[in-house]
Structure formats: structure tokens, C-alpha cells
Design a protein around this ligand. Sequence first.
Ligand code: ADP
Ligand code: MG
Length: 612
Amino acid sequence: MSEIIKLLSDSVANQIAAGEVIQRPASVIKELVENSLDAGATDIQVVVKDSGKTLIQIIDNGCGMSPLDARMAFERHATSKISKAADLFAINTMGFRGEALASIAAIASVELKTKKEDDSLGTHICISGSEITSQEQATCPIGTNFLIKNLFYNVPARRKFLKSDRAEYRHILNELHRIVLTNPEISFTFVSDNNQVFKYAAENLRQRIISVFGKSINQSLINVGTDTSIVKINGFIAKPERSKKSTNEQYFFVNNRYMYHPYFRKAVEMAYDKLIPEGERPSFFIYFSINPANIDINIHPTKTEIKFEDEQAIFQIVNAAVKESLGKFNVVPSLEFSENVTRDAHFTSNTSFKPPNIEINPDYNPFEQSGGGQNYKRERDAVPANWNSLYSPSSSSKTPDDFFLPEEQQPEQRSLLDDNSMKAEEKAIFFQLKNKYILTSGKSGLIIINQKRAHERILFEKFLKLLETRKGVVQKTLFPVIFEPSPSDRPVLLEVMSELNSIGFEIGMMGQNKFEIRGVPGDLTDIDPQKTLEQMIYVLGEISGSAEMVLHEKIALSLAKTAAFKIGKLLHEQEMEDLFYRLMSCSNHNHTIEGKKILEIISVDEIEKKLN
Ligand code: ADP
Ligand code: MG
């Protein structure tokens, strides 16, 4: 029998390797910019067209390459950064695997111009599908200039999996943020489709954070730092009021490399316990310096997951350092009278802020304590007061498990119902289970509703309708909120601003980077406008890949997901009732847009079987 095992050709092997290192345009940018940093560049320019799908260019003023090195650089495992296994334990460069250029050259067409300081002429190389198609001398400045065109041109399956331009653009910005935040002393320029998105001069870390996230972050930043025998930590954490509903402003770096580390993130978040609302996350920029021998950055080709030898000890160190900084700066909510806290107070549902123009709201807000819900109120009023008291707001905090009516009240309850001339379904009683489910009785059995999903469905249908009719009712905010979206959120906000205004937001531009929120939809009076917008843009990014949905549906869904009250919210009986009837009037009350079940009915038959 003849042998069947063959060695793969280099170009095939490189294409396979590329699958791991290069997932999307952002990965190319990450690898090339890291190479520029390793080459000692102090100025790096990144240019993209169509979110990097058609063109990526990286220009640096680093050390450049000799003609031979320029050619060698594209070979797999070709690296100038390590030469023996022992070097793996003392890595102080960003790259070391020698895979990136070989991978990129296997799946795109690449042009390279590079010149070393001492050479009078540089080198110009063109490569396509791992083959060098031309190499010649060229006049060019000191440094390296990479031009990557038509990414994945020969791997159609990969190209197909790329997300929308907006999603890929977001990935690129995220990647660039990680890099610019690690290297404030280096100047960076980013140009996308001929627009300059940012240009950062060399600056210190605090200034760089402000350049990236806007001036508003300045007053929130608190120094964090500690020096132990295991690890040295420095950087900034933000005051609690800066917290976000996403992880967008959470950054860890180790030895100048971005790292993803959910365990240490927990250490930081635990230090903020009770200082920020549930579901929100503190902003932080924490830099670890550690002996490279005590970490393993080799566990994943993209090198963002890093293993530490002393994870538990470092967890304690991080937690203590953050607590100390919060304590030192006296960050305790009750003592905090900064502009943000007082401003936010006007938008919480517990304040006495009442919408002044509720009577012109055609679609009343059932989640307000007063004002709306007139129809159902009339029905409730028909029921004697002692009936109401059985299900008063304070008693609804009990779950059905621990809510037993005193025996003597039960006959009374029945007679009250009988005395009333209401139809059976109007007499429904609503219970809340674990602040998560609403239970009520239906014709055929027990109805169990997931409250969050129900609210999401109701808001989705409502917003979708408003987007089509453009008749949203604005609820003016007491004070306009100035909103400075992050650079990645800005283009998205611009894109959807007119839609948001049509459903009841009143958002205006105040300058290049500033927006003013002057009103919110009538249904959303108890939201924090800025956080809601940020979260909505974040959710929009998450669902933007879904090709079946049109923009209006995406906007309605992302806003509904953001504004739907969270699981765990205690609902009063009136709120449950209103939610129920609004859900019943939705075009689909059984499933969420994403196909998840909103309600389940347990039939009387099933109950009888169980209790047999
Ligand atoms: P690695 O970064 O892991 O060494 P790469 O494939 O990314 O592998 O790069 C291969 C080699 O090409 C590098 O080791 C370096 O010597 C050279 N090189 C790549 N980019 C640059 C650049 N911008 N300036 C100078 N040399 C570079
Ligand atoms: Mg590299």
C-alpha cells in the first residue's frame, strides 16, 4: 500500500495558521501595529478603507528592514525577537511567534516598503498568496509601510463571515484603543475612509485616557497603585458615578500588553460593591508590571489571555489596591455631591419628578406610579378596599410560596369576587415569583410570564410603531444632559439620531463631539438618558450583524433590550396587571424577537396530575 501522508505546502500551512491569528481586519491592524512598536516606532499611522476589508495601511518610523530581512519576514516562524526556547520566558516584545506576516501574506495581497536608517535605498516587495511577485529597490523614508489589500480574497468562507462594516470598524477601534492606551508616549493617527478619526500626540497616560474617552472622564479618574514583591500595579480607576452598563471602559494591561482577565476584573468590581448600581460596571485602566517568567502569554495566538502563576494572591492585591484608592478619595455615595450625582437624581423613579404633559401622551405609561393606567384603575376601584389591601404593593414583595392568606379571609375573598359583575378574565390576580416571573390564572391554567422578556416585547413593538409613524412623545428632561460619546459610539449615534428623535428622544448636536439630550420618550422617564444611549449603542453593535433585521427593527430591539426593566425588579400589582394587558395586545405575546419564550401555561390537567 502506498503512503498517504503528505507535508502541506507552505502556502496551505500559512493559510491554516492565518485562521488562528487573523480573524478579521482588526487582527491585521493589531499584528502590524505591534510590529511597529517592536521596531521602536514613535509615530504610527493606520489607514483603512471599508473597515479594512479593502485596504489597511500601517506606516511607522521604526527601524525598518534590510532587503534580506524584508523577504525573510514573510516566512513562517521568521522572527528577530526570540531565538531559543529560554527566550520564551523573558519576552519583552509584542510579537515573538513569527507567524503574523506569513499568515497575512497567505490571505491577502501585501505590499511592503521599508528602509533602515543607514541604507540609502529601501526595499519594495509585493506578495500575493504567499508568493513574492516582485522585489526591487525603492526610495522611501526610514521605517516601514505595509499595504494590505483585499483581505481573505482567496478564502471566501472567511470573507463571508466578516460582519457589517460598522461591526468591523468597532473591532478596529477597540483594538486601537487597547494599543494607544498602552503606549501614550507614541503618537498615533487613524484615518478611515479618508476621514481622520483621531490623532494623538505623545502624551502621558492620564492625558491619553482623556484623549480617547473625552474630557468628561478627567474629574472621575483616581490614581491606583501598589508595589509588591509579586506584582506592581499602577493606573487609574474611575469614581463610581462613571460606571457603565458595558465593559467598554475596563482595561487591564500586563507588561504593556492588553489582557482579558475576568477573574481580576471581579477583584476590581468587588471593591466597588454597593457603590454602583447593580448591572453597572466600574471603569478602570490598570497596568500590571510583573516578571515575564511568572506569566504565560503563549496560551493563545492573539495573546490576550494570559496565565499568572499567583492568581489568587494577585486577586487580593488588586482588590486591596482598588479599595484603598476608593477610600483615599473618599468615594462614598452619600458624601458625593458631584454634578453627575445630583443630575442623575432627577431621573430615578423614586423622586417626585412627575411628567408635566402626560395628558397628551396617547400611549400612557403604565410603569409610572400615577398619571397613566386610567382604564385598569377604574376596574380596580370597583373592588372594595379590603380586597385591594390583600395585594397592596407591600404584600407583593412576598412570593406566592410564603404568601398564605389567613384562613378566615378566604371565604370573604370569594364572596367579593362573586359580588362583582366583572368578567372572569378581568378578575385576574397577579403574583410575582422571585421578582422575575409574573403568575396569573388564565382560562386553561396557570400563566407564567417572564417579566423582562414581556417588557422587552412590549417596548419593541411600541418603538417599532413609533419609528414608522414618527410620532413619539417627548418628555422634556428637567436639565439637558450633555453627552460625549466615545469615538466608537459617535458615528453610530449620528447614524441613528434622527430615528431616536422620531420616537421621543430629543438629542441635538452641540459641537463636534458633544450632544445634548433634552428629552426622552414618554415611556422612559425613569431612565438615565446617557447610560441608556450608551447601552443602546452597545446592544446595537451586538445585533448589527443580523442580516434579516432592518435598521428600524434593530433600533427598536436595542432600545427595548436596554430599557426593559431588569430581572429582579419588584413589581407592584398594578404594574403586573398593566404589563399583562399590554403584552396581550402585542402582535406576538409568546416569543421575543430572538425567539425566546415569554410565557408558559401550565394546564389545570397538568396541575391535577402533579397533585394527584
Ligand atoms: P513576530 O512579530 O512574531 O516576530 P511577524 O511575522 O509579525 O513575527 O514579523 C516577522 C519579523 O518581521 C519581525 O520579527 C521583525 O523582524 C520584522 N518586522 C515586521 N514588521 C516590522 C516593522 N514594522 N519594522 C521592522 N521590522 C519588522
Ligand atoms: Mg509580529
